[in-house]
Design a protein around this ligand. Structure first.
Ligand code: TYD
Ligand code: MG
Length: 451
């Protein structure tokens, strides 16, 4: 077979050029030409539905409920939105060593019992996988293994064995003969993923890709795939603790931002059913600089301790550092605290941290950050068993957040006695054993602490 022709196309404007150049001749941007296949139009990209598409009124289309295949790992199913969907393509990204291969081997083993599963490994040899399976107690698991990195050979194996589920660990190691670029390059990753995605859609096979996140992220990392796949999951968590979080960044078959919580144990990943407890540190007595927020991750409320340390400035410039929270937002909150709360932090370094390696993006954490900062600055602990949530606006107002009731209930369930919240989130009926402190403005919240 003649080798397919390749061209270099610009990732910015789509212009093509027969040779690689530093600058795109069409739009003039630098370093954007990427090798890709030049095939006659109309053959390479078939429509997903296969047959000729016709125009249909929306009302005439019968929506079918996606049949879910449960992976047997409850927390993994939760982030997937209830399980895998036939023809669905999932990308699982994360730092090296965080547990991607472990998770997918465990899932494959559980799925293999009822659905034919092929685990393609390009990073480790079959021996290494067997060793891991031994450690996980899965030596006799009904999983088929293929140690292969050539796309054409992988597709041939899929044709020969007709698996229902294919795991590709990792997409960065796979290459196609059609392109001359090295495995792991943007061109190879994109082309191989596109071909596997087409295969998934046409045959209803479920494909799970493992993708590495490089420090540079956007370039050779799996980011280029995010648009093509149905579901993007990211593993996060502090590598020094045993807890691992999986977050759905995008999900065509379920809610995004859903969170799954695992613990890495001697024998693989174990789902954590009551995750709130792990993001709280155990202080015998209340300590200054600590506030607990009821945050919402996907459909689930989580209690997370926010710690702040406010210390006289050590260098020429005051430092503001946020771990697990947005550093820009911290600067903004300190400005609001100054203007509307009358608390000046100009002469202080401010460090804040979300305990347990969790990353909190929602603004409901704002009020907790302010209280933790104020508490550290005054070296006075907040009252014990207090939960805080609420968004802070630039005008010094405390804005309501979504699903306040659920947050209060989670707090009550874990034995918290007092909840400080935006007035608009005040529960209509009193809740047993829980005192409510509604606040409208930053100064009111700060005043409360001064009492
Ligand atoms: P791995 O799944 O190989 O990570 P990735 O595929 O994301 O690179 O996980 C590797 C880490 O997990 C490694 O540091 C060892 C640890 N681990 C355990 O703690 N317990 C286990 O049962 C297994 C299989 C791995
Ligand atoms: Mg791996």
């Amino acid at each position: 077979m003649a080798k397919p022709k390749t061209v270099y196309s610009c990732t910015e404007c789509g212009g093509q050029s027969p040779k690689w150049q530093g600058q795109c001749p069409q739009c003039g941007t630098w370093n954007t030409l990427v090798e890709s296949l030049a095939a006659p139009a109309g053959t390479r990209f078939e429509s997903v539905s296969g047959a000729q598409s016709k125009v249909t009124p929306l009302s005439a289309v019968e929506a079918q409920e996606n049949r879910r295949i449960a992976s047997g790992l409850e927390e993994f199913d939760r982030v997937l939105g209830g399980g895998l969907v036939a023809g669905g393509v999932v990308l699982l990204g994360g730092d090296p060593g965080i547990g991607k291969s472990t998770l997918l081997l465990q899932a494959s083993a559980a799925l293999g019992a009822a659905h034919r599963t092929l685990y393609v490994t390009g990073e480790e040899s079959a021996d290494q996988i067997a060793l891991r399976a031994q450690r996980l107690g899965l030596v006799n698991a009904p999983v088929e293994l293929l140690a292969e990195v050539r796309l054409e050979a992988i597709v041939a194996a899929i044709d020969a064995t007709h698996p229902e589920i294919v795991v590709i660990d990792s997409i960065q190691t796979v290459y196609t003969d059609a392109l001359a670029s090295a495995p792991g390059s943007v061109a190879q990753v994109r082309e191989c993923a596109a071909q596997m995605t087409r295969l998934a859609k046409q045959r209803g096979v479920i494909v799970l890709f493992v993708g590495h996140v490089t420090k540079e992220g956007a370039i050779a990392g799996p980011r280029v795939l995010e648009h093509n796949v149905d579901t993007v999951l990211y593993f996060e968590g502090d590598p020094h603790s045993s807890f691992r979080l999986i977050r759905a960044i995008k999900n065509r078959f379920g809610a995004a931002n859903e969170l799954g919580v695992f613990a890495m144990t001697e024998r693989g990943l174990r789902g954590v059913t009551n995750p709130s407890a792990i993001f709280l540190s155990q202080h015998a007595d209340p300590v200054p600089g600590s506030a607990i927020v009821a945050t919402l991750e996907g459909s689930r409320p989580l209690l997370v301790e926010i710690q702040a340390l406010v210390d006289p400035v050590q260098g020429a410039m005051p430092r503001r550092l946020a771990v697990g929270l947005d550093a820009q937002r911290l600067a903004l909150l300190l400005a609001v605290l100054h203007r509307h709360g009358g608390v000046d932090t100009a002469g202080f370094d401010v460090f804040v941290n979300a305990v347990g390696g969790v990353r909190i993006q929602e603004p409901a954490v704002d009020l907790a950050v302010l209280l933790a900062v104020q508490s550290s600055l005054r070296n006075k602990p907040l009252q014990s068993k207090l939960i805080v949530f609420g968004e802070v606006g630039l005008a010094g107002e405390i804005r309501p957040v979504q699903r306040g009731q659920e947050r209060i209930r989670e707090a009550a369930k874990l034995g918290f006695k007092t909840v400080m919240l935006p007035s608009a989130n005040r529960p209509r009926a009193p809740i047993d054993d829980v005192a409510i402190i509604p606040v409208d403005r930053v100064d009111a919240a700060i005043d409360y602490l001064r009492k």
